[in-house]
Design a binder for this molecule. Structure first.
Ligand code: BG6
Length: 488
């Protein structure tokens, strides 16, 4: 993506360097960038946390994390180079004076990327601490992690706290789905292929399905997840971002503002779901004990630390509609859940049927073309077309054939880049295209809040589904009411 006229970052300050995100994702992402020689402009990476490390102990901590999470990728030379960039400052975020330690490690007037890898509840404190030492200057940019709020009002509070010290042009809000190769490929597929750009609307498309299924459950995160649920954890951000990329108008170029302007228009055009139509448009589910990967797994309420009365949803299915010219009458069915049969994310674009069928001897109704975009795993694109059955049959017999483009076959030796690598590099380069603008987050919350409010008002518990299944039976009914079915 084209960069803005910013210099590359010269320092990275990782606030929350002892936390899970840093341990699992960020050290690894930065190390991979080092291996690819992408960190040339970065002189220092400064870990900031409450842990009692000195510099050498922190460097060892980083090495231990890399050994734990990406042992196969470790090479001596880049590792030595990488570790030599690290420094450490012990800071309690509630102690403004302690932020001076960060200032002492950063050369003045050098471009610095502050990565807030902490819970959003301390973003305000961090910004105050940086401000106390003049670090919220024009050389600063800030990466913010999700969740940014649990509704529109709380997201505004968090954004206000950060916006008090930093301009929107300095803020990079992460949705890691925007760093995924296949999610980005939606832009290429749509806007670099006339085959799809001319057929991409209500004239040709019957409906769209977005599925983001995970086989994992709560993974020891019950405390966090139960206050959030699948709507806030996955739909408000990841699924709506995928939907925006699928539905947006072509931006005039790939600049950050133009891409985000077009995504925003889609989010604003989402037809509200509220108390009047909640039953017709949504299903919320919660997994019960079931069979998965050859074993029995506990239900949500039996997970460690569970509140047995919780009504938090672990599955959501929604029929979303976009009220604009291009998408009039084209539903976007979305579903996402934990403890589904496998990890599987895909988009299915179901084209309309042919207006007249001359192949009645093969099919009483001709199957419509279908474009399947497999987001993960086994990334690829598959186009289902009708084809003549080879040979000398009496009639011209036809059958469904798949044109399958599996990315791993085509891009043989390419390492799969983790979303965080791409996003951190974008922020180092000062490009905001892959980050969420404040108005996008607010538009997404506005729509999600309607759903959440209606669920709360209805006071109905989520529908149960067995772990290892594709969700509650009512999610099948949701789409079957329109004479359609989920792709399995
Ligand atoms: C995170 C959610 O944002 O995305 C998790 O908080 C979820 O609950 C994860 O498991 C899924 O990400 P991915 O990259 O594994 O699809």
């Amino acid at each position: 993506m084209p960069e803005q006229n910013l210099k590359n970052a010269e320092n990275i300050v990782l606030l929350g360097a002892g936390g899970d995100l840093s341990r699992r994702k960020l050290f690894a992402a930065l190390y991979q960038l080092e291996r690819e020689n992408q960190l040339a402009t970065v002189n220092k990476i400064i870990g900031v946390a409450r842990n009692d490390f000195d510099k050498e102990q922190f460097q060892q901590f980083v090495i231990d994390c890399l050994n734990e999470f990406i042992p196969k990728d470790i090479e001596e030379k880049p590792l030595t180079r990488f570790i030599s960039r690290f420094d450490y400052a012990k800071v309690d975020f509630s102690d403004k004076k302690a932020f001076k330690k960060i200032k002492d490690l950063i050369p003045s007037k050098s471009e610095t990327l502050y990565y807030l890898a902490t819970p959003p509840s301390v973003y305000g404190l961090i910004c105050e601490g940086l401000n106390a030492h003049g670090l919220d200057n024009e050389y600063a940019r800030v990466i913010m992690e999700k969740p940014i709020g649990h509704d529109l009002a709380s997201s505004k509070v968090i954004n206000d706290q950060v916006n008090e010290y930093f301009e929107e042009s300095q803020i990079y809000r992460i949705d890691h789905y925007l760093g995924k190769e296949t999610v980005l490929n939606l832009l290429a597929l749509r806007f670099a292929n006339s085959l799809f750009s001319t057929n991409w609307d209500h004239n040709c498309i019957d409906h769209v399905q977005i599925t983001v299924a995970e086989s994992v459950g709560i993974e020891g995160r019950w405390g966090f997840y139960d206050g959030v649920g699948q709507m806030r954890d996955m739909v408000q951000n990841h699924l709506l971002q995928i939907l925006s990329l699928l539905a947006m108008e072509p931006p005039t170029d790939l600049s950050s503002e133009n891409i985000r302007d077009e995504k925003l228009k889609v989010l604003k055009a989402l037809r509200p779901i509220d108390r009047t139509n909640i039953h017709e448009k949504t299903v919320r589910g919660q997994y019960a004990k079931g069979h998965l990967n050859g074993g029995v797994v506990p239900g949500y309420l039996e997970e460690e630390g569970a509140n047995k009365k919780s009504t938090t949803e672990t599955f959501v299915a929604i029929k979303a509609e976009i009220d604009n010219w291009r998408w009039a009458g084209v539903p976007f069915y979305m579903r996402t859940g934990k403890r589904m049969p496998c990890k599987h994310s895909e988009v299915v674009i179901q084209f309309k049927h042919q207006p007249h069928n001359i192949f009645g001897h093969s099919f009483s109704q001709l199957p419509a073309n279908k474009l399947t975009i497999r987001l993960q795993p086994d990334e690829g694109v598959e186009l289902t077309v009708m084809n003549k059955v080879p040979g000398m049959t009496k009639n011209l017999e036809i059958s469904e054939t798949k044109l399958d483009l599996s990315f791993s076959d085509v891009h043989d030796n390419e390492r799969v880049i983790d979303a965080y690598e791409r996003l951190v590099l974008s922020a180092i380069h000062g490009s905001q295209a892959l980050f969420i603008r404040r108005d996008e987050i607010e538009a997404a919350w506005t729509w999600a809040d309607g759903v959440l409010d209606a669920w709360e008002a209805s006071n109905e518990p989520p529908k149960s589904y067995s772990a290892g299944s594709w969700g509650p039976v009512s999610s099948i009914a949701l789409i079957a009411r329109d004479d359609r079915s989920w792709e399995e």
